[in-house]
Design a binder for this molecule. Structure first.
Ligand code: DSN
Length: 421
C-alpha cells in the first residue's frame, strides 16, 4: 500500500462519512446500491474494447460483449425503444454525440437557457453547443413555466434543425408532444434530455418521450440511481456503424453509433457499462416504481412545508423530484444559503432563478430535491423535519453555533437512514 493509496482510502472513508451523516439534497445526486459499486470496482475496468459487440478493434472482448449487450437490452426494455447506445461516458459527451450525429457546425439549434433551467449542452454560448452551432435559447414565462408559445414563435423565426427538450432545474412536467408539434412545424429533430427525470419516467411519474422524440438522452446517475454514464435511446434500423448513413429517422441508430465511435470517443468504460446494467436491472423491479413515486411525494411534501414557512418556490411548487427556491424575500443569496446549509449538514446547490438579476456565481436561488433522501428510506413525515431544519438554517445563517447544532441533530437523525449497503 503506498502513501497515496492510504490517503485515498482515508478520503473515500471521509466522503462516505460526509454522505452518511448529512442530507444530500442536490437533485442530480443519489446513492447507488452495493451491487452497482461492486461492478464499478471490478476488473472490467482493465479491458479495452473500441467498437461495438461483435465488431471490436481488440481481441478478448467476448465477456465485455455480453456485458454491453445486456446493458443495451435492459435499456431498451426499460424505456420501450428499439435502440440503445450505452457507451457515452456521461451526459455532456452523449449530447455532443447527438449534435454530431444529426446537425452540422453552424446549423441552428434551440434549447432551454441555463439560467431558466436548461443545461450547458442545450446551447449555452460558452459551451460547444453554443459555439459550434447557431444557438437560439428559449426561456420560461415570468412564473417559471415553459412557454410553448414562445418556443413555437422562436422556431418559426429561426428554423432550427434540432430542438432540445429537457432541463436540469425545472420543477414541472414537460409536454413532449407540444415540443414534437413545434419541431414538426419546422422540420427539426426533437431530442429529449431526460437526465433528471429518467427514474420518474420509469416509475410512471413523468410522461415518457419514447415514441414522440427522435432521440432520448439520459444520464444514468440521477433519479435512475446508477453509476455515472449515459444512455442514448431511439427507434430505427439496426445500426451498421461501418457505413456512413443518410440523416434519416430510421438511420438514427447508425448515426449515433458512428458519432460515439469513431466520431468522439475511444474505448467504452466497461466497468461503468456493467454498473449501468446492474442499475437498469434494479430499475426494472417493482420496488423501483414505488421509489420513484415516493421521490415525488416527498418533493411535494417538502415543497408545501417550505412554502408554509414563507419560502418562495419557482412555479409555486413541484411536479417532480426537485424545487428551485428564490431566496430574495429571505434576504440571503443562493451562495450564502448553500454555505449555511452545508454547515448544517444539508447539501444543496446555488441556482439561478428565471430572469435572474444577480451573477450566476452568487445567484438568487438554491436547487434541492429528494432522490437521495428517498433512497435512504425517508418519507413524507421526515420531510417536515427536513423543511424545519432548512428554515432554521436559513434564518440562523450567520450563527455558526446554531448551524453546528442543526448538524448534530442531523447526524443523530441520519443514523436511522443508512446509505445502501
Ligand atoms: N450537473 C447536472 C446537474 O446537476 O443537474 C446536470 O448535468
Amino acid at each position: 500500500m503506498t502513501d497515496v493509496d492510504k490517503k485515498i482510502r482515508q478520503l473515500i472513508a471521509d466522503e462516505v462519512d460526509r454522505q452518511a451523516s448529512g442530507l444530500e439534497m442536490i437533485p442530480s445526486e443519489n446513492h447507488t446500491s452495493g451491487a452497482v459499486l461492486n461492478a464499478l470496482g471490478s476488473r472490467l475496468t482493465d479491458k479495452y474494447s473500441e467498437g461495438y459487440p461483435g465488431g471490436r478493434y481488440y481481441g478478448g472482448c467476448e465477456v465485455v460483449d455480453k456485458v454491453e449487450n445486456l446493458a443495451r437490452d435492459l435499456a431498451k426494455e426499460l424505456f420501450g425503444v428499439s435502440y440503445a447506445n450505452v457507451q457515452a461516458h456521461s451526459g455532456s459527451p452523449a449530447n455532443q454525440a447527438i449534435y454530431y450525429a444529426l446537425v452540422n457546425p453552424g446549423d441552428t439549434v434551440m434549447g432551454m437557457s441555463l439560467q431558466f433551467g436548461g443545461h450547458m449542452t442545450h446551447g449555452l454560448k460558452v459551451n460547444f453547443s453554443g459555439t459550434y452551432y447557431n444557438s437560439v435559447q428559449y426561456t420560461t414565462d415570468k412564473d417559471g413555466f415553459i412557454d410553448y408559445d414562445q418556443i413555437a414563435g422562436l422556431a418559426k423565426e429561426h428554423k432550427p434543425k434540432l430542438i432540445m427538450g429537457g432541463a436540469t432545474a425545472y420543477p414541472r412536467l414537460i409536454d413532449w408532444q407540444k415540443l414534437r408539434d413545434i419541431a414538426d412545424s419546422v422540420g427539426a429533430w426533437l431530442v429529449s434530455d431526460i437526465s433528471h427525470i429518467a427514474g420518474l419516467v420509469v416509475a410512471g411519474e413523468h410522461p415518457s418521450p419514447a415514441g414522440i422524440s427522435d432521440v432520448i438522452m439520459t444520464t444514468t446517475h440521477k433519479t435512475l440511481r446508477g453509476p455515472r454514464g449515459a444512455l442514448i435511446l431511439a427507434n430505427g434500423n439496426t445500426s451498421n456503424p461501418l457505413k456512413k448513413p443518410e440523416r434519416t429517422a430510421e438511420n438514427i441508430p447508425s448515426l449515433i453509433d458512428r458519432a460515439i465511435i469513431p466520431g468522439l470517443q475511444g474505448g467504452p468504460h466497461n466497468h461503468q457499462t456493467a454498473g449501468i446494467a446492474v442499475a437498469l436491472g434494479e430499475a426494472l423491479q417493482p420496488e423501483f416504481r414505488e421509489y420513484g413515486q415516493q421521490v415525488v411525494k416527498n418533493a411535494q411534501k417538502l415543497a408545501s412545508e417550505l412554502m408554509s414557512r414563507g419560502f418562495d418556490l419557482v412555479t409555486g411548487g413541484t411536479d417532480n423530484h426537485l424545487m428551485v427556491i428564490n431566496l430574495t424575500n429571505k434576504k440571503i443569496s443562493g451562495k450564502e444559503a448553500e454555505v449555511a446549509l452545508g454547515k448544517a449538514g444539508i447539501t444543496v446547490n446555488k441556482n439561478t432563478v428565471p430572469f435572474e438579476p444577480r451573477s450566476p456565481f452568487d445567484p438568487s436561488g438554491i436547487r434541492l430535491g429528494t432522490p437521495a433522501l428517498t433512497t435512504r428510506g425517508m418519507r413524507e413525515d421526515q420531510m417536515i423535519q427536513v423543511a424545519d431544519w432548512i428554515d432554521q438554517a436559513i434564518r440562523g445563517n450567520k450563527d455558526d453555533a446554531k448551524l453546528a447544532n442543526i448538524h448534530d441533530q442531523i447526524i443523530e437523525f441520519t443514523k436511522n437512514y443508512p446509505l445502501p449497503s
